[in-house]
Design a protein around this ligand. Structure first.
Ligand SMILES: *[C@@H]1O[C@H](CO)[C@@H](O)[C@H](O)[C@H]1NC(C)=O
Ligand SMILES: *[C@@H]1O[C@H](CO)[C@@H](O)[C@H](O)[C@H]1NC(C)=O
Ligand SMILES: *[C@@H]1O[C@H](CO)[C@@H](O)[C@H](O)[C@H]1NC(C)=O
Ligand SMILES: *[C@@H]1O[C@H](CO)[C@@H](O)[C@H](O)[C@H]1NC(C)=O
Length: 413
């Protein structure tokens, strides 16, 4: 403490003077005695001053220390609450945000919340994706503020997508994905004006790239497109014109060399949202009119379930389009591992499907539901998840098709 040092020097100087004075013998003149008296008084005053200063310094130091510890205590309390808020957020994002706002740990503005999610410290990226995907007007504003925090200037589309898709986990629902990718495309075009004719072009190409990632890197997808095919698949999406081949080739190579990473990749990646890896195998099917179980070779492809009598048959015995159907697990008293295809909210309606009669005639099916039994629990679960994916990707495909149409339509005459 500087004050302390100054005091010490003063005191030593005074003591030195005094010690000189004290060794002076008694035979002093009255003036000298008076002077000595003055000096002694002065010394006393100085000592008192010093004591007062020391007390003051002690007091101030004490105050500073106390101030520090209450501040620290407050900080610790705050950190604890933030940690609690994060935990709550990971369990229920809306409640977590509400908790943080109520405790003055977060301002109730979309910018502040977006910042909190963008920093993402201690937050589960699935939970961030859920929060950003909500349809609420406020959540949509937060989504936009969140996307604005991403800097995509001078990044190519693959680099920007890598950054974006790593910042949260894209939810599975088509509508949510649509909103998020729309916001992404807007931001990318804002950061890189002139690269694409429209946001729709950027949007459509982003999906083409995400799907390319799956085609190239998912072992279940057998058909690996070449760069040429990727280029030709994306013809005409730039407001009716083509994107530069060079650009498409670079994007292709980038994905080919390194797949997209997504947070918390538990194997259940976006593949199920965009692709349903074709599945085939033996299953038992319950008859529509005559309730007997028949062993059939099933193939899931093109959003349809085909069944054959023998694996080598060229023509299927039946075709069940999955459009408008739902799937559920059921218990059957006769067979294990059962599931059912049915029309939601409509018990008696016959499912649109066809089958080939023994005499070769193709007739409409006569099922209000299809009950199917798998050989094992695992196979049942795999079939259910593949069929579910095939059913749920449909709205997504429609959405993308509409967007593609928009991006391909010439705006200029
Ligand atoms: C994040 O949350 C999801 C869904 O609740 C969970 O499956 C996942 O394991 C969590 N991730 C981490 C790293 O805790
Ligand atoms: C890209 O492909 C890899 C490998 O299949 C997969 O793990 C990852 O989730 C995919 N990324 C996206 C965004 O689909
Ligand atoms: C599915 O539902 C839509 C709308 O109700 C209808 O137009 C379409 O024909 C249905 N498709 C099938 C295969 O039943
Ligand atoms: C479907 O079943 C109903 C009642 O079981 C029967 O009347 C009808 O003829 C059947 N239709 C076909 C195409 O087999």
């Amino acid at each position: 403490c500087e004050d302390g040092q100054v005091l010490c020097v003063c005191v030593s100087v005074i003591l030195l003077i005094l010690s000189i004075l004290f060794i002076v013998p008694d035979d002093l003149t009255p003036e000298e005695k008076q002077e000595l008296e003055n000096i002694r008084r002065r010394k006393q005053e100085l000592l008192e001053d010093i004591q007062r200063l020391k007390d003051e310094i002690a007091e101030v130091t004490n105050e500073i220390e106390n101030l520090g510890s209450t501040e620290e205590r407050k900080n610790m309390q705050r950190n604890k609450q933030v940690a609690m808020g994060r935990k709550k957020f990971n369990m229920d994002p809306k409640k977590g945000i509400q908790f943080l706002i109520e405790n003055d740990l977060l301002k109730n503005t979309c910018e502040d919340i977006a910042q909190f999610l963008y920093k993402g410290e201690g937050l589960n990226k699935t939970a961030i994706g859920d929060y950003l995907g909500e349809r609420d007007e406020f959540n949509i504003q937060v989504l936009h503020a969140f996307v604005e925090l991403h800097e995509f200037t001078d990044l190519n589309l693959v680099q920007a997508l890598r950054q974006f898709l790593w910042s949260f986990r894209l939810p599975g629902e088509a509508q949510k994905i649509d909103r998020m990718m729309e916001a992404f495309a807007q931001r990318y075009c804002q950061c890189n004006p002139g690269v694409f004719q429209s946001t729709d072009t950027c949007y459509v190409l982003s999906f083409a790239i995400i799907m390319l990632n799956t085609s190239l890197h998912n072992p279940n997808v057998k058909d690996k497109p070449s760069a040429e095919r990727f280029i030709s698949m994306n013809r005409g999406i730039n407001d009716g014109g083509d994107l530069p081949e060079e650009l498409l080739r670079n994007l292709y190579e980038s994905i080919k060399n390194e797949p997209f990473k997504i947070p918390e990749d538990d194997g259940n990646d976006l593949t199920h949202t965009f692709f349903n890896p074709d599945r085939e195998g033996w299953l038992l099917k319950l008859g529509g009119r005559v309730k007997t179980w028949k062993r059939r070779w099933f193939i899931l492809t093109d959003n349809c379930l085909y069944y054959f009598e023998y694996t080598t048959d060229k023509e299927p015995r039946g075709i069940i389009p999955l459009e408008n159907l739902s799937i559920r697990e059921v218990d059957d008293s006769k067979k294990p591992n059962c599931f059912e295809l049915f029309i939601p909210d409509n018990k008696d309606q016959v499912i649109k499907a066809c089958k080939t009669e023994a005499d070769g005639r193709v007739v409409e099916g006569n099922h209000t539901f299809y009950r199917i039994s798998a050989p094992t629990t695992e196979e049942k679960e795999e079939w259910i998840s593949s069929i579910k994916a095939a059913i749920s990707r449909d709205p997504f495909y429609e959405m993308l098709a509409a967007r593609k149409k928009k991006a391909s339509s010439m705006k200029r005459p």
